[in-house]
Design a protein around this ligand. Structure first.
Ligand code: 6R9
Length: 694
């Protein structure tokens, strides 16, 4: 049966104002907006969405989908905020909440107030009572080809033991525990053990350097750390503990550390004072049980550091009730996960996607979540498809950067395996253009699987823009309409909604349960990073600014174009250009630097560094090596620059500001606009020569 997509919010009939596209004017506050209007990739994506190549999910999918109610968008709008009861109903509350939303002190919103619950109880214990004791909770695929299955009962035992051990080490409610582990089962176990005793966790991606770990532990005043001796990468053993030792040396407080022995004989290590072996602790606390601590809905569940517009990472605060309700609901409604499914999100738990959609969402629903430690091309390029095949994965969720790599490698790799178990595919992290979208559906999804393109952020906690696969039609290139109950508005620089097809800033006009409550660094920074730009506090209008630009089409489908701030997204990892610049500037002989992203449809975004050296210093290989080394040690190997360009000077405005946008256009080989605002316009030609353009 064919049905039109449900009409979204009523849009006012504005008279389209003649829009004058200023070509590459490097002047406005957020100049990338103008540039994006001309950006070819963006135009192609937008155009494809606008010309309406829509795809209807197959009837066989819709027949079994969790959410098929065609009027859900309208119902949620009409019932807002009470509609979010449906999300909260997916959880078990120790104490029912009294109020759904308290909005008397914006932008500090409070959800499900008066309610109490425990996240580890919701992700583990309650499933034991519903006959799922022996149901697989986690299927782990290790780098060395190891495989382990944790049933919900196994998970309960391990989480309880570790929770008891952490209490034994002195961890109390509200103490922040840093977790610095690769993709091994101890990582989700540690998160859930913290949640059980009411200690917020702060997971730091294992690829981060010692400095980056130390910055995050210092900012959070975190006195407890769970880490490991090392991990394997392409068969080689890497030492993680030495990074930890370095990080702890630079902290001015003591740290109690639990160390998982991941490498055994491959990396013997000695424990110092205040260090405990994870497996020893496990034995010492064998069989112990810890009652889950009832947490207020608004109590912090975890802290996650992410990159912002300055070099200082931001500590995003997520709460227990709203966050868990939102991730459980979106895992159910968007990813269509069912308890009997085997579900795989091929992200790293060290980032928000892994928190929400490897750990909390799927476990809250009692499903089987696959956890993969390795890389997609080791031992061969069919590794992921082999895992899908062997585990009969039903739902698979990954990033466009991975899909672009699969495309380059060729369809023969997925073709080697039986992928017929797959029912739904998802993507997150970057825009996905129609071509890789279609390739994914055709070669992984056998031309049948719906593909959900989900837009969200560390700060939103859970998905905000996506089609509901049992309800909405898909438009490749567009993430989709706002999720029911969310209010995405694309606005111009003055906060007025743009007309369909025009580019604007992606803002959110009403609060949502999974939203960050504040930044650990302080409420002021929370206000200034997200709320000041588009809110009118006096008029009582509060708007969250995402940092992204987007377009919206006549049907209310949103195409996200990319960031307008100094955040770049490299292989799905969020980095701050300022943080990288800080690491480059630290190198002896570097006078000035500007870091920008270079994007291509094929490779996604790469890190491009412009450097001018001090006069007495030769811009030679030694400086280049030192820059790479310093970036790796300040942030991590994943932040390694792809290209370093030396230039006698950086292009600057008359007021002395480096013109990063111009440098970005140079890096991207784009036609340059008006450079008359430059104090040193001649430098642009020199940089292009250095790059070999002319
Ligand atoms: C979940 C996650 C957030 C930024 C976000 C945007 C980009 C994420 C996207 C997308 C286009 C999508 N982004 N999903 N862009 N389409 N479906 O990735 O969180 O690491 O905080 O990054 O990622 O630019 O602002 P995070």
């Amino acid at each position: 049966s064919s049905r039109p997509p449900a009409p979204l919010r009523q849009r006012s009939n504005r008279i389209a104002s003649p829009s004058i596209v200023r070509r590459n004017a490097y002047s406005a506050n957020y100049p990338r907006l103008e540039r994006d209007m001309d950006n070819r990739n963006g135009w192609e994506r937008t155009n494809s969405a606008l010309t309406g190549t829509t795809h209807r999910p197959p009837g066989s999918f819709v027949d079994q989908a969790n959410v098929t109610n065609e009027s859900i968008h309208r119902e949620f709008d009409a019932e807002w905020p009470a509609c979010w009861d449906r999300a909260a109903a997916l959880l078990e509350w120790d104490q029912p909440y009294e109020t759904i939303l308290e909005d008397d002190n914006p932008p500090f919103y409070r959800w499900f107030t008066g309610g109490e619950l425990n996240a580890s109880y919701n992700c583990i214990d309650r499933h034991l009572e519903t006959g799922r004791k022996t149901h697989a909770a986690i299927r782990w695929e290790g780098k060395q080809g190891e495989r382990e299955t944790y049933t919900y009962q196994d998970l309960a035992v391990e989480v309880n033991e570790l929770a008891a051990a952490l209490q034994g080490l002195g961890v109390g409610a509200d103490d922040i525990v840093t977790i610095y582990l690769p993709m091994i089962p101890e990582l989700p176990i540690a998160m859930l053990a913290c949640a059980r005793i009411g200690a917020p966790h702060s997971v730091v991606f294992a690829g981060f350097s010692a400095d980056a770990l130390a910055t995050r532990m210092a900012a959070a005043d975190s006195e407890f750390l769970i880490t490991c001796d090392g991990y394997y990468r392409r068969g080689d053993a890497f030492n993680q503990k030495s990074k930890v030792d370095n990080a702890c040396l630079s902290l001015d407080h003591d740290v109690r550390t639990v160390v998982v022995d991941r490498l055994g004989e491959d990396l013997p290590h000695v424990l110092g004072d205040d260090e405990w072996d994870y497996h020893d602790l496990q034995q010492r606390y064998a069989g112990e049980r810890v009652d889950p601590v009832s947490r207020d809905a608004e109590d912090m569940l975890f802290l996650m550091y992410t990159s912002g517009t300055t070099g200082e990472p931001k500590g995003v605060v997520h709460t227990t009730g709203g966050y868990l309700a939102h991730v459980a609901w979106t895992t159910h409604a968007v990813l269509d996960v069912k308890p009997e499914d085997t579900y795989w999100c091929a992200a790293d738990i060290g980032w928000i996607t892994g928190h929400s959609y490897i750990v909390y969402g799927p476990l809250a629903l009692g499903t089987t979540t696959v956890m993969y430690e390795g890389s997609p091309d080791y031992p061969d390029r069919d590794r992921l498809w082999e895992i899908v095949d062997r585990n009969a994965v039903d739902v698979f969720y990954t990033a466009p950067t991975a899909i672009r790599a699969f495309m380059k490698w060729g369809e023969e790799y997925p073709g080697r395996h039986d992928l017929s178990s797959l029912r739904l595919l998802g993507t997150v992290g970057e825009p996905i253009s129609p071509r890789p979208w279609a390739w994914y559906r055709d070669h992984v999804g056998d031309g049948e699987c719906p593909v959900v393109d989900t837009w969200w952020q560390t700060e939103t906690g859970a998905v905000m823009l996506s089609t509901l696969p049992g309800v909405d039609e898909m438009k490749p290139g567009a993430a989709g309409p706002p999720l029911p109950g969310t209010d995405v508005r694309i606005v111009d620089a003055n906060g007025r909604e743009v007309d369909p097809g025009e580019t604007g800033y992606l803002t959110l006009a009403s609060p949502w349960p999974g939203m960050a409550r504040t930044l650990y660094d302080g409420d002021d920074r929370f206000r200034s990073e997200y709320w000041n730009r588009f809110s009118d506090a006096e008029a009582g209008e509060w708007r969250y600014f995402s940092g992204d630009t987007a377009t919206i089409d006549e049907d209310g489908y949103v195409t996200v174009l990319g960031r307008v701030d100094d955040v770049i997204n490299v292989a799905g990892r969020r980095l701050s250009t300022m943080e990288i610049e800080g690491a480059v500037t630290d190198v002896d002989g570097v006078a000035e630097t500007a870091v920008v992203g270079r994007s291509s449809e094929c490779d996604g975004t790469e890190i491009y560094v412009y450097v001018s050296t001090e006069r007495s210093v030769d811009a030679d290989g030694a400086v280049r090596d030192a820059i790479v080394e310093n970036v790796e040690s300040a942030i991590g190997p994943f932040a390694r620059p792809s290209e370093i360009v030396f230039t006698p000077e950086l292009p600057k405005t008359r007021s002395g500001k480096i013109m990063r946008r111009l440098l970005e256009d140079v890096a991207n080989g784009e036609e340059l606009g008006d450079t008359s605002a430059l104090r040193n316009p001649e430098i642009v030609g020199e940089i292009q020569t250095e790059r070999g353009d002319h």
